[in-house]
Design a protein around this ligand. Sequence first.
Ligand code: NAI
Length: 328
Amino acid sequence: MPMRRAKISVIGAGNIGGECARSIAMKELGDVVLVDIANKDKPELHMPKGKALDLACCGPVENFDAKITGTFDYKDIEGSDVVVVTAGVPRKPGQSRDDLVAINAGIVKNVALNIKQHAPNAIVIVVSNPLDAMVYVMWKATGFPANRVMGQAGALDVARYKTFLAWELGVSVEDIQGLLLGGHGDDMVPLPRRTSVNGIPVTDLLPAEKIQACVDRAKGGGGEVVKLMGTSAWYAPSAGTIEMVEAIVRDKKRVIACAAYCENEFGVAPGQKGQGLFVGVPCVLGANGVERVITFPMDAEEQKFMNESISHVRDLIGVTRKLLPDLG
Ligand code: NAI
């Protein structure tokens, strides 16, 4: 009997959603269902169907056999193994990620209720911003176990950090190992102490101010792109998302920084059952979603930055709860 191909639904067929669909097909990770509401009120147009058709016709050139469909109808996500959520508005110049909460909280809640109804066994990766709060909304509104709800931020932020370090060091990006923790804001927490070039600590290779410049550029990397393009990035965010999708559908047990549910880990909400939140931490990703959060000791300064980042995420969840009082 042939093995069943994974089914991956992507909610929001905009810049990130479209690029995610393309990468899923190119890597043959599974069949793709693209869902969007754009132009739903104009009967002559069907944006998700059009985008799916365009993407499907890359197949003969790129040699992939993945099926890509576009729809307005959430019924079509039935049986999804993974659902990627990119629905919502992106940043414009001058906006922070937090400025998007008023619009995106309602959108993500609506998407969550549809996922709960039509794909109750799916693993959900949230991409919509403000990321950490939107993952929280997804978790609350679906009621899914925490291992099946996560956010993409760390994969992207780490990729930016590694890119800038590789440029500075004049070495291949493949040889940089590094980690960033915390919320997906400009107060994310890089860990130069735990960054290396094939095991050689980066602190032995670069002066502190050069490392700090790479850290700062990674922190502001999203804003730098928004300033240049007038809207937010989509290629690298999609690449980060697909790294996570691949780890899950291929059960690779990759260690990737994701926004995952934490209580006792990294001082998020020690001993307060149910009072945790989603924040960027190293996770083992496999067929069961977030299979484990990896913890390790941080020094006093790293923990201070982490506490600040956690407190920012908690404040944003407070704002979100006011916007969605029936979230539970
Ligand atoms: P986009 O505007 O190109 O696409 C968003 C799509 O969502 C649009 O096609 C829109 O019609 C659709 N949409 C809106 N409401 C919907 C609903 N209720 N149901 C289904 N679809 C709906 O935006 P882009 O650039 O793809 O960004 C998407 C989100 O990802 C934004 O919130 C952005 O801030 C965020 N983002 C997250 C990053 C991360 O690392 N987590 C990085 C960059 C952006």
